[in-house]
Design a protein around this ligand. Structure first.
Ligand code: GAR
Length: 193
């Protein structure tokens, strides 16, 4: 199963997938390409370190959404994925890509959906919101991507405790370590069967 991974930042979830592949726990999945939403992000370095071809497709470099999506579809035609994994990808895909690859795109989100999700809830923001609300449990979710941000069918979730004195950064790190880096490779392996 050919997997193209979409990234926007540090790429620690990409790293978790690469580590799982190396450890033989990613089933029949192979990470064959990485697409970044901007140049210079560390995730691209991780792809390079593993000899994986990468592409940068920044929305801001295009005159409009249609042109941006056309370029994404061109890149995807080249990388020919069976599965697209949004692993810390912070742009919202348009319906051209979502419809073309319906049922073959998954996303990792750093909260227990339906809490702290939807448009504008990305990166640190779900953790800021969780701390503001005072929840005692948060976590991560892996779900199929449809036209509603964070609205597709849920494939896996894992709960993580919120502890006294947590900052958004500390909570983000715990959610990554105890949930994201575990459930994302598990779901990819499962889907490769
Ligand atoms: C991760 O916490 C991921 O769940 C989140 O961005 C971070 C990326 O980290 N994704 C979203 O917020 C999507 N709405 P990474 O680049 O180190 O994998």
């Amino acid at each position: 199963m050919r997997v193209t991974v979409f990234v926007s930042g540090g790429g620690s979830n990409l790293q978790a997938l690469l580590d799982a592949e190396k450890a033989g726990t990613l089933g029949k999945a192979q990470i064959t390409a990485v697409v970044a939403s901007r140049a210079g992000v560390y995730a691209l370095k991780r792809a390079e370190n593993h000899g994986i071809p990468s592409y940068v497709v920044s929305k801001k470099d295009f005159a409009g959404t249609a042109q941006w999506e056309a370029r994404l579809l061109e890149v995807l035609a080249e990388t020919a994925p069976d599965l697209i994994v949004l692993a810390g990808y912070l742009s919202i895909l348009g319906e051209g890509v979502v419809n073309r690859y319906a049922g073959r795109i998954i996303n990792i989100h750093p909260s227990l959906i339906p809490a702290f999700c939807g448009e504008g809830m990305y990166g640190l923001r779900p953790h800021i919101a969780a701390l503001e609300r005072g929840v005692k449990i948060t976590g991560a979710s892996v779900h199929y991507v449809n036209e509603i941000p964070d609205g597709g069918e849920i494939l896996a979730q894992k709960a993580v405790e919120v502890l006294e004195g947590d900052t958004p950064e500390i909570l983000q790190k715990r959610v990554m370590e105890q949930a994201e880096w575990i459930i994302l490779p598990q779901v990819v392996a499962e889907l490769s069967k």
